[in-house]
Ligand binder design. Structure first.
Ligand SMILES: [Zn+2]
Length: 313
């Protein structure tokens, strides 16, 4: 790389930055704890510190940063960030560009994770790719015709597609969206509701406040019927949503990432079974449905790849 380009993955707990060494490769990353509770100014100041440390004696020629929240990649304004208190209409791009004295692009963290999977992970070699990240919430990204697709703002909010009007609401209050049925939060919620209605389960011994998707997964792995059913219901909702996406977009690959994929076949088996409930046969035949490959590196690799895409010219 002749220009010094930097990618940053801003998370609710950690900031990671690194220098691009190729289209989707980077040098050693530097870390900071995210001072989330101190508000947007402190968080952006920590990002600036991190970028300067990554740049070393050099001067950053261009920065791409992934941010966990709804934002406008064109104006660089972050509307809000659920894991970053106080973020509301933050002009992140302009603030960072002014403090660092270099051009900056901001994008949603799931969009950049999807871009990374397309460039260097499960979707490499395709032109039409769908990425879904399923953990506490559900996010996603679309690469259509070889480009990260943003629509007229920031497309790819796969977690908020409708899956059935009688499903529980997500954290944004949508009745019956995918996130309300298939996220880690939804899995924990469904287990709590079943226990409250008197269902027998090894989960009954756990403090309801501590009952999360991981606990449900462990109980399911140990053979608990209720836990298996709760996971299968979530996986089925995810599978049906993927079936709809296959019909709509005819992608060559759908990759699922995020913490929930650690559940393995507990998630993938009922999910795969549910996809053909909605998907047409022909587009489904041409589509690989796979686990994402980059794990927690996807955010940083995506920011690197996006910096190169935007500034290497
Ligand atoms: Zn929703």
């Amino acid at each position: 790389m002749t220009r010094l380009l930097i990618g940053v993955d801003l998370g609710g707990t950690n900031i990671r930055a690194a220098v691009a060494t190729g289209e989707a490769t980077h040098g050693p990353s530097v870390h900071r704890a995210t001072p989330a509770a101190e508000g947007p100014d402190a968080v952006l100041a920590a990002v600036v510190d991190c970028v300067r440390e990554a740049a070393g004696k050099g001067r950053c020629d261009g920065l791409a940063i992934g941010i966990p929240g709804p934002l406008d990649p064109v104006t660089g304004v972050v509307y809000e960030a659920p894991n970053l208190p106080g973020w509301h209409e933050v002009h992140a791009r302009d603030v960072l560009a002014e403090r660092l004295g270099c051009p900056v692009v901001v994008h949603n963290d799931a969009s950049l994770a999807g871009f990374a999977e397309w460039m260097a992970g499960a979707g490499r070699g395709t032109r039409h790719f769908v990425f879904i990240t399923a953990s506490t919430g559900i996010g996603g990204a679309l690469v259509l015709d070889g480009k990260l697709f943003d629509g007229a703002g920031r497309a790819g909010e796969i977690g908020h597609m409708p899956v059935g009007h009688d499903a529980p609401a997500c954290a944004q209050g949508h009745p019956g969206c995918l996130e309300g049925s298939a996220s880690g939060t939804a899995i924990a919620h469904a287990a709590r509701a079943a226990l409250k209605s008197g269902a027998a389960s090894s989960l009954a011994g756990i403090d309801p406040a501590a009952l999360d998707a991981h606990a449900v997964q462990q109980a399911a792995d140990a053979g608990d019927e209720l836990a298996r059913r709760v996971f299968a219901d979530a996986a089925r909702a995810l599978g049906r949503a993927i079936g709809g996406l296959v019909n709509e977009l005819a992608p060559e690959c759908v990759a699922i990432g995020g913490g929930l994929i650690n559940a393995g076949e507990l998630l993938f088996a009922p999910m795969r079974e549910a996809i053909p409930e909605l998907a047409f046969v022909e587009p489904l035949k041409r589509c690989r449905i796979v686990a994402a490959e980059l794990g927690t590196d996807a955010g940083l690799v995506g920011a690197i790849a996006w910096a190169v895409r935007c500034f290497a010219g």
